[in-house]
Design a binder for this molecule. Structure first.
Ligand SMILES: *Cc1c(COP(=O)(O)O)cnc(C)c1O
Length: 558
């Protein structure tokens, strides 16, 4: 039983001032200090050794069984457990049922192992408990935040030394802001873009003040649009919803065979919208590492199109941004410096703990469009970082990033980035060697998608009617759903699954395909491990075939 570990000998715990002073006030005597250090050791090393186990994504127990153990909806009035018991419970009973995202066999998502030192840095940041909403609760930390923002801004935009001297500690301008993640980073960028388009004009104070209805009326508009490829992250649709633009106005632009935005479709869409004076474009978004396939849009060309049409250009580099640190692969993001704003997640390829993102602005005064003041904090002319930030109170994540870069160096990050991209390439070669597998998207960064696709069906697909192709495709989709589920449930390895619309067949047949998706970011994942994972999938496939009694199944082995 997970939640039943209260030991018999514990005498009844009571909430009183005596107990409070023991847990709230700094430990003064040596004995309590030693106890706390011992707990910390348990946390840091106990959890670390759990997370470093090479196998076992999570313990085998059904969600149903688990949830049955957590149905107590009453708050306890008196303490139930002492700190040491809570910690033991977390380490021994809870952690094994959490997901071991640090396992090198866990290659399905953008959440993975983090360097050990991150836990220490996070602990220090928690202990300092600074609130970077205002200088009065953070002081030097706010100043460090501005410095690290300038460092990453330089990585993206490579402006002059003079530019960075002017802006690094400038209290009027802002190079970017830390956010909870990519979602709020994208939202912040589109917030700025919206306010720029629906700006104040005589008789209208701007959308931020007057609201969306007046904004459309004042600017003579019926609809505003955001353009992004079909591979755009769903956070962009959320942003359009929150900003009052309406998420149906996020127009999905077609992609090419490499899942990059189709430039002709983009241009045609822009021209079509511009033909109608009652329609306008808030932003065009380029993606530097799509969440599903890791594809990078042609950023330079999109940037040039936006420049030509005076459209705000945002780059969602939540995933791929840190590739800029790799001398070998940074060319993949060529043109990113044309972007008006750029999203980068820290909890992805900066390998920081959950959750932290950032957004950067080319023009250090763009964020003035989302400036807020109040009487007790964020007063006019102060350095308070909360003035231009969607969040109110927030943690000093910038301190973790600043320290992490000091520890790793951009070279250290580059080694991780290069390893992932090259491992993904080897992975793709491995898939191509196997007759029952089929590569769907070859990796541009460190993400790839593929299918378990029996040779017999691959052959059957070549020469047949469209109707039959659809049917065979449905069978393959079902097979991949099963393989992914069975592998996940057996708890040794994890790859994820998504649906792509793919042109898979030479004759132009297009259909939705269920694909297995892998993200290679854990430096402990090796090609041997990848082969283990593929072997397991192949074994599951053979097992399924063996068990199949369904007469309409097309999965036949010779
Ligand atoms: C992960 C991701 C996001 C969303 O970021 P969160 O940190 O999950 O909010 C947005 N865009 C892309 C391309 C991403 O990969």
């Amino acid at each position: 039983m997970l939640n039943e570990f209260k030991s018999q000998k514990d005498k009844e715990l009571i909430a009183d001032w005596d107990a409070l002073s023991r847990i709230f006030i700094r430990p003064e005597n040596k004995a309590t200090r030693a106890t706390l250090v011992k707990y910390m050791e348990q946390i840091l090393f106990g959890l670390h050794s759990f997370l470093n186990k090479n196998v076992g994504i999570t313990q085998e127990i059904s969600l149903k069984k688990l949830s049955e153990q957590f149905t107590d909806t009453h708050l306890n009035k008196h303490p139930e457990k002492k700190l040491k018991d809570v910690i033991s419970c977390l380490i021994e009973n809870i952690a094994p049922h959490a997901v071991n995202v640090a396992s090198p066999y866990f290659i399905g998502h953008m959440t993975s192992a983090i360097p050990f030192f991150m836990v220490h840095l996070k602990t220090i940041v928690s202990a300092l408990n600074q609130n970077v909403v205002k200088l009065e609760t953070s002081k030097v930390v706010s100043v460090i935040e501005k410095q690290v923002l300038a460092k990453i801004h330089r990585l993206i935009y490579s402006n002059t030394d003079m530019f960075y001297q002017d802006h690094v500690q400038n209290t009027v301008s802002s190079l970017g802001v830390f956010t909870e993640g990519g979602t709020t980073a994208n939202l912040s960028a589109l917030w700025v873009a919206r306010n720029q388009l629906l700006k104040p004009i005589p008789g209208f104070e701007g959308v931020e003040i007057d609201g969306i209805a007046k904004a459309y009326a004042a600017h003579g508009l019926d609809e505003c649009f955001i353009l992004v490829s079909k591979r755009g992250h769903y956070s962009l649709r959320k942003a359009a919803g929150v900003l009052g633009i309406g998420n149906k106005h996020v127009i999905p632009i077609d992609v090419n065979l490499k899942h990059q935005i189709e430039l002709t479709h983009l241009m045609n869409t822009i021209n079509e919208i511009k033909r109608n004076p009652r329609k306008a474009i808030i932003a065009v978004i380029g993606i530097a590492g799509t969440t599903e396939t890791g594809s990078v849009d042609p950023l330079r060309q999109i940037g040039e199109i936006c420049h030509q049409h005076h459209i705000y250009f945002h780059v969602d580099a939540a995933w791929g941004g840190p590739t800029l640190m790799s001398e070998k692969y940074r060319h993949l993001l060529d043109g990113i410096s044309l972007a008006d704003s750029v999203t980068i997640d820290c909890h992805k390829q900066f390998y920081m703990p959950m959750s932290c993102g950032m957004v950067y602005f080319k023009d250090p005064y763009f964020m003035n469009a989302i400036e807020y003041h109040s009487n007790y904090v964020n007063r006019m002319g102060s350095v308070d970082l909360g003035i231009k930030s969607l969040a109110g109170s927030r943690e000093a994540h910038s301190l973790i990033l600043d320290c992490a870069i000091k520890i790793m160096g951009t070279k250290g990050y580059a080694l991780l980035i290069d390893y992932g991209i090259e491992l993904a390439k080897k992975f793709a070669q491995e898939i191509e060697k196997r007759k029952h597998f089929r590569l769907i998207t070859s990796p541009e960064l460190n993400i790839l998608t593929y299918q378990v696709c029996p040779e017999s069906l691959q052959l059957a697909l070549l020469n047949t009617t469209v109707e039959e192709k659809k049917q065979i495709n449905a069978t393959i989709n079902e097979l991949n759903r099963s393989v992914q589920r069975i592998q996940r449930e057996s708890g040794k390895s994890f790859v994820s699954r998504t649906v792509l619309t793919a042109h898979r067949f030479q004759d132009g047949f297009v259909d939705d395909v269920v694909v297995l998706r892998c993200v290679l970011m854990n430096p402990m994942t090796t090609i041997t491990i990848i082969n283990d994972i593929l072997n397991e999938q192949e074994a599951i496939f053979h097992q399924l075939q063996h068990e199949r009694t369904d007469p309409c199944t097309l999965v036949k082995e010779n």
